[in-house]
Design a protein around this ligand. Structure first.
Ligand code: GLY
Ligand code: MN
Ligand code: MN
Length: 436
């Protein structure tokens, strides 16, 4: 049995049953679908890649602790829509102790839940399944519990799964390193290829081409390829503007490799040379990013790192003449948010904004201490709107973010995305070399 599933079984305990559904295909338009993406919790526990499946996990069922309901084999459907593992494949290739066609789930439900004290199930994601489960529970209530012993406590598995997913195993780290390497290579290729007159779309194509050529399933999120002012829009995804001589280009792009995401941002000059004002802002962000990587280690908390990024960037904004006043006051009045309006980083894993709590007790926002096995991004940035009359004119329209993926270890941390440089001189050197 898969280690993750074994651990989960141990955590939910003998008196519980868990129902964990796979994702469904989503309509894109009329009769076409978006590219399928498996539900990360389901994938984490089962590794099963198909839609419309349900895992039922019952630790006290000695013979069948892990049942998978799957789409049955169907030659006609498979000719039209692709291969299916079917019940045999679910057992043989994914370790299910028992596998049944998904159509059987509703009629099996009373049997599956009878006798369990607790049901682990997340309401509010799969409405059809919610209805099935509610109908079963209300049916039992109607019978005054005379004929069955349905679960009386319903627990959301989000916390248990989040805690498990937050602490990566060595095997998961290996996949994340690979995702980091592929994305880092793609960013290097983008730096080498970028020239004035190209379009953002061409850089996007080049990056995502490398992802697919390298064994990644694709981008882990919509790539952000923002030239000039577009870099000041945090989630700019149009990626269709010409790249101009003298502008910066911000690329936030990461791939998904065997389910695991990387998330890298680099900002560099379209023509290979930073202007003086661009370099001034760049070096402020870079210095903060390096300090925040250093702070991503055991002994610090998520909040300490966030506060550090705010303090250092606020001081940087003062140095650049973007803000005036005492650092303490500028922070208290949240003046810094005019140019730095997002968090310094997030958990990374099967989701780009990964599972796991950011605090250890209620009210203590972001109080969580870093622990070995966590992977977090480090991504400070400064974004100066093009029409910001209060900013020195030389800085208007500059947007800079630098983002790496960092694994917390016993000794400190490992940067999983160090294969693409962020040093301004080294970027210039790399870009100059590819011009010749
Ligand atoms: N690319 C999404 C993020 O950086 O959080
Ligand atoms: Mn990013
Ligand atoms: Mn990120």
């Amino acid at each position: 049995m898969r280690k993750q599933l074994k651990d989960f079984i141990e955590q939910i305990g003998k008196d519980a049953v868990a129902i964990i559904p796979a994702a469904h295909e989503q309509t894109r338009s009329y009769d076409t679908e978006f590219k399928f993406h498996q539900d990360p919790d389901f994938y984490y526990l089962t590794g099963f890649p198909e839609p419309d499946a349900i895992a039922v996990i019952n630790p006290s069922n000695k013979k069948h602790p892990f049942t998978l309901f799957v789409r049955p084999r169907d030659p006609l459907m498979e000719t039209w829509y692709g291969r299916r593992e079917g019940t045999e494949g679910a057992k043989k290739n994914y370790g299910a102790d028992k596998a049944l066609p998904i159509e059987k789930f509703e009629s099996e439900l009373p049997k599956l839940l009878n006798g369990a004290e607790k049901l682990y199930y997340r309401f509010g994601v799969d409405t059809k399944l919610d209805q099935m489960i509610l109908q079963y529970l209300s049916g039992q209530r109607f019978r005054r519990l005379k004929t069955a012993y349905p679960p009386h406590t319903i627990v959301d598995p989000t916390i248990i799964l989040g805690e498990m997913r937050l602490h990566k195993t060595p095997e998961e780290v290996e996949l994340m390193q690979k995702a980091g390497d592929i994305a880092a290579e793609a960013h290097v290729l983008a730096m080498q290829a970028c020239k004035p007159g190209m379009n953002e779309s061409q850089i996007e194509a080049l990056i995502e081409h490398h992802f697919r050529m390298s064994g990644a399933s694709g981008a882990a999120y919509n790539s952000i390829i923002g030239g000039g002012d577009n870099a000041t829009i945090l989630h700019y995804v149009e990626n269709n503007a010409p790249l101009k001589d003298g502008d910066l280009l911000l690329i936030d792009a990461g791939c998904e490799y065997k389910g695991y995401a990387s998330d890298i941002t680099r900002t560099f000059p379209v023509n290979g040379r930073f202007t003086k004002p661009q370099r001034e802002v760049y070096d402020v962000v870079l210095e903060v990013q390096i300090e925040c990587i250093e702070a991503t280690k055991k002994g610090n908390t998520v909040k300490q790192r966030q506060d550090l990024s705010i303090e250092l960037l606020t001081e940087g904004m003062k140095k650049l003449g973007l803000l005036k006043g005492k650092t303490k006051d500028l922070i208290k009045k949240k003046e810094f948010m005019k140019y730095y309006m997002h968090g310094v980083g997030h958990y990374l894993g099967l989701d780009v904004h990964d599972a796991g709590r950011y605090f250890t007790e209620q009210q203590a926002k972001n109080s969580r201490p870093f622990a070995p096995g966590m992977v977090l991004t480090v991504e400070p940035g400064l974004y100066i709107p093009p029409d910001d009359k209060s900013a020195p004119s030389k800085y208007r329209g500059i947007g800079i973010r630098i983002e790496d993926d960092v694994l917390v270890t016993e000794e400190g941390n490992v940067n999983l995305t160090s294969k693409v440089t962020k040093d301004a001189d080294e970027i210039e050197e790399l870009m100059m070399k590819s011009l010749n």
